[in-house]
Design a protein around this ligand. Structure first.
Ligand code: AMP
Length: 386
């Protein structure tokens, strides 16, 4: 991909696709400005070169083609203006043309208010592309969607490149998938194995060790013939689990933490995996398992982490996920973590500084790790080959 850093932006109309899809409370107030903060260095880089800066983003899921106040980017424009220390003008009907001066920042209203955004409509993409001299894709979290503002516009813009945020994310994921320092260890937790089958299959081919956790591990325990009581598991995926176990890379837990109810008040009981009773459900890994997994983490040179290994939302069942997160943060390995729950866990334990790279992309991160092509990356690569 062509990098924004290698392009002369002076006096040019530079349109940057951001990810300003921020969380809002019931009154429409921004509850976390992390995504806006993350965009600042790219915007400042363009401003330093006296570019005319035009920003694009989606927010939420409005009915396409319809303006709806609660999905307006007005609060984002205000927050951004505050953080940048300069005015940020919100432009409502921007497809008709945008007036922007050198050194000015304008934010276009929610891209999803335009008909054709989600369908990657060619005409809409062309209308957007003529508004700029350089298109910069800097929203990795949207890179798995072929939409007009993430993909179509990159086909038609005079110049299309990747911004520094996007570059850094792709480089981190490439470092894990293409040429990792070995041993490469992946830790995949979460509720459902069925939602992570492609991920597990791809990772099983590339990693040296693959730790599974959460509901996913329950299906592996069942496949290995252990009793799992009334734990969450998916019988339809037993054969996949058997196949992956046969590869010899997936260590099984030694002990687990069980309860007789799925609740924050449930009494946690540590059990060897052979001793889980019919009325019990497995809600976390046990201390012996954590110690064994910590050794694997300590030995790894590259670590990829997605998904909690227990019901970390309940304090009684947080220890496995907390221990794994701490071990990764303390390890010398190059570590990459991604996914909504994983990021929530890292934030909960205050361990972000110990992780080498934290991916902002939920769906985009998973699809990349599944080995799928992300349309926004593919189009930038093909433009670079012209
Ligand atoms: P996912 O969205 O698939 O990554 O799943 C994350 C969710 O899995 C979290 O909300 C966890 O509480 C849940 N989870 C983790 N371990 C278990 C378990 N053993 N049983 C049920 N749910 C679990």
């Amino acid at each position: 991909m062509l990098s924004m850093k290698s392009i002369d932006l002076r006096h040019k109309r530079v349109m940057i696709r951001e990810d300003f899809n921020v969380p809002l409370d019931n009154e429409g107030k921004i509850t976390s400005d992390t995504r806006i903060q993350a965009a600042l260095p790219t915007i400042r880089l363009a401003l330093e070169q006296h570019a005319k800066v035009i920003l694009l983003s989606h927010l939420g899921r409005p009915v396409e083609g319809q303006y709806e106040e609660r999905y307006s980017l007005l609060s984002v424009a205000e927050k951004l203006s505050q953080l940048l220390g300069r005015p940020v003008r919100l432009v409502k009907n921007w497809l008709q043309g945008i007036e922007v001066e050198e050194g000015e920042v304008v934010l276009c209203e929610n891209v999803r208010f335009n008909f054709g955004e989600n369908a990657d409509d060619d005409l809409l993409s062309q209308k957007m592309a003529v508004l700029c001299d350089v298109f910069v894709m800097d929203a990795f979290a949207t890179a798995h969607r072929a939409q007009a503002s993430t993909h179509g516009i990159a086909k038609y813009a005079a110049v299309a490149c990747a911004g520094p945020l996007m570059m850094a994310e792709v480089e981190a994921l490439t470092a894990v998938m293409d040429n990792p320092a070995r041993p490469l260890l992946a830790i995949v937790g979460g509720a459902k194995i069925s939602s992570k089958l492609a991920l597990l299959e791809n990772l099983s081919r590339r990693t040296d060790q693959l730790i599974v956790g959460g509901g996913i591990a329950n299906t592996f325990l069942a496949a290995a013939g252990y009793p799992i009581g009334c734990s969450l598991y998916e019988p339809d995926s037993l054969s996949t689990a058997e196949k992956l176990l046969a590869m010899g890379k997936v260590p099984l837990p030694i002990d687990v933490v069980t309860a007789t109810a799925f609740s924050a008040e449930a009494l946690p009981v540590i059990k060897a995996i052979a001793d889980v009773a019919p009325d019990e459900m497995i809600l976390d890994i046990g201390p012996k398992t954590l110690a064994a997994y910590t050794t694997l983490i300590d030995d790894a040179k590259t670590i990829l982490w997605n998904g909690p290994v227990g019901v970390f939302e309940f304090p009684a069942f947080v220890h496995g996920t907390a221990g794994i997160a701490r071990a990764i943060a303390l390890s010398q390995a190059y570590s990459v973590a991604g996914g909504g729950d994983t990021l929530a866990a890292i934030e909960l334990f205050g361990l972000a500084s110990g992780i080498s790279s934290i991916s902002t992309g939920g769906g985009a991160f998973l699809e990349y790790m599944e080995g799928k092509e992300l349309p926004a990356i593919t189009i930038l690569n093909s433009r670079n080959e012209e």
